[in-house]
Design a protein around this ligand. Sequence first.
Ligand code: NDP
Ligand code: HSE
Length: 436
Amino acid sequence: MKAVKIGVLGLGTVGGGVVNILKRNAKEISRRAGREIIVTHASARDLTRERICDTQGITLTSHSLDIINDPEIDIVLELIGGTTIAKDLMLQAIDNGKHIVTANKALIALHGNEIFAKASEKGVMVLFEAAVAGGIPIIKAIREGLSGNQIEWLAGIINGTGNFILTEMRDKGRDFADVLAEAQALGYAESDPTFDVEGIDAGHKLAILASLAFGIPLQFEKVFTEGITKITRADVEYAEELGYRIKHLGIARKTDKGVELRVHPTLIPERRLIANVDGVMNAVLVQGDAVGPTLYYGAGAGAEPTGSAVVSDIVDIVRVLTGEPEHRVPPLAFQADAISDITVLSSEQIQTAYYLRLSAEDKPGVLADVTRILAKHNISIEAIIQKEPLEGETTLPVIMLTQTTLEKEMNAAIAEIEALSTITGSISRIRLETLG
Ligand code: NDP
Ligand code: HSE
């Protein structure tokens, strides 16, 4: 049978990783796909740049349009990133009848609804396994492996850069900026690394996972996002003293009132497996009503882990190339006419427990004022510890763990506590999930 021809747009970390895998494992891959798969063309901005892959036998161009307009090419890999040029090229390629594989979570999260509609109209496939959790086949697991379940909630460490930073800060006491620079050098970080550290990248991925899990449209704009930039070493140490680890989690939970979609640093009991996922590794915990809890773990970023996911999508496309379009697996797991419009809850409607750290004056009655305010807002305290003042400071760090409460009540309580004359500065708040 005729070989399947691939055109790669973007030959950086992921593009290079994909080419290496397709070349090195060519035989094994074609045994699985049933056809030979060859990369015939690739594009990049600067053709003089040294590549991490062997480009022998590949026609290189700086004009991606040459690739998407080439009638010989069957599958286009969009590995440029961003939501401007990549979007235009992808839509044009779909229009030209090309099947697409992408690792671009920003593009899928922001414009996926439009892209899938266009792909369905043109009868082509758009696959994006690499867009969430790098090499972990989490999209396939939710879309296919768990399709007998009602997914109740999922929670994941879905940004490798952020997890790498938190781990290095905790284990080696390294500086935030220094670890971020290393993540960039290793090719883990986004071209704009604020996407990693401010939770935007994880928000993109969570929007995708929630859509697949609950059969709802992609709604990144409704995801509550908070990054890791405000986490201090002291928070990490206090959390450990209380038996918790701080992880940056994406959480999607279906409740009677709607769906919670949130990304933020979270205290997790240290006995949970996911609390021990370190470095660039990602993990996603998915709770289905039939299967119970399931955990997926693997490298969340990097050339070949991400390339592994891209290649699996290529193999899937090659396998179904001869099938009827309407019998293909739907991109967002649910049939397009069965996507539901369950409400996504606002951040004030979220229910979770909290870790609070405040600086209090060492005077009688201060803690009584704080607990009175919490009680007024129906917030129960689970644990409280008062530390010695830090060197050179007169105020005492007070750390509290609360029971589950409504975010709206916590916002109001924090505002009242911060207004007390005996409390200095703002309160550090980290959400806490037992993930039981
Ligand atoms: P890189 O920056 O390493 O690579 C981007 C590539 O796109 C480069 O080769 C660049 O060319 C090329 N490029 C940029 N603009 C154009 C253009 N206008 N025309 C043609 N080529 C262009 O990014 P990554 O490989 O890290 O990321 C690619 C995608 O994969 C992104 O969507 C990212 O979010 C996603 N992703 C990345 C992961 C990772 O671990 N890095 C993991 C999972 C997903 P040149 O090399 O000449 O500059
Ligand atoms: N910048 C992303 C991360 C790449 O660090 O997780 C993988 O999506």
